[in-house]
Design a protein. Structure first.
Length: 235
């Protein structure tokens, strides 16, 4: 089914083609009457946009009267149609972004313990797909409008925005961990995996009493390559 947005887009294309045809036909008609190409094009432009600067040359023959009246009728009608299509296109796009953004935000507000994928590039696409296949709740944060549409077409909840808004909280607030502490925790998980193996690492991550992997609001979670949650510090 065609999206609602395709109709004003199609009208814009049709209106543009129609106006181009009017411009070419009217310019050639004046040129045929002995006018220079520059004067003919200028006269058509003045007539189509109803500027009213006056006639470039005298309109003193029946042929020129017919050409001028036809240019007024078709040109002005075409410009009204084209302008209306442009306004419709811009208004509809704005409404879709507003309503679509509110719908996505409402869906996100319903989630709990979801995963935020920052960016929907090559890695973000694969990561979001793997998490979705593993039945994890995923929210994609992407700045590019084109990639936002791609993420939504793939079935992901996607919010358009800059991932750099997730900055470190105030280090003075003891209830929050810092970015450096989060990176250090991830490194401890990697070291644990290398030294003790997968099972011991999963067990340590799941053990909330282990301070190495549970510090205030910081805890790791691990997904395998199939998107399955194998260890989660909040569980």
């Amino acid at each position: 089914m065609e999206s609602l947005n395709s109709y004003p887009s199609r009208n814009l294309i049709r209106g543009s083609i129609f106006m181009l045809a009017v411009w070419v036909a009217a310019t050639l008609a004046y040129w045929k009457a002995g006018w220079s190409f520059q004067d003919a094009l200028y006269m058509v432009t003045l007539t189509v946009f109803t500027v009213g600067y006056g006639e470039v040359r005298p309109i003193d023959t029946m042929y020129l009267h017919v050409v001028t009246m036809a240019t007024m009728a078709f040109g002005c009608t075409g410009m009204i149609f084209l302008t209306g299509s442009l306004i419709q296109f811009m208004t509809l796009n704005s409404l879709q972004q507003l309503l679509g953004g509110r719908r996505v935000q409402a869906e996100v507000d319903k989630l709990n313990n979801h995963v935020i994928v920052c960016g929907y590039g090559r890695i973000g696409v694969e990561l979001a797909k793997a998490l979705k296949d593993g039945r994890a709740d995923v929210v994609v944060l992407e700045q590019s409008e084109r990639r936002v549409e791609q993420a939504r077409e793939a079935g992901h909840l996607c919010i358009q925005g800059d991932a750099t808004i997730f900055r470190d909280p105030d280090p003075a607030a003891a209830e929050f961990g810092t970015r450096e502490e989060a990176v250090a925790m991830v490194k401890r998980v990697v070291e644990k995996f290398a030294q003790s193996g997968a099972e011991a690492t999963f067990k340590a991550v799941n053990d909330k009493s282990d301070p190495a992997f549970h510090d205030r609001d910081l805890y790791p979670f691990i997904y395998d390559l199939k998107g399955v949650d194998v260890a989660h510090g909040e569980q």
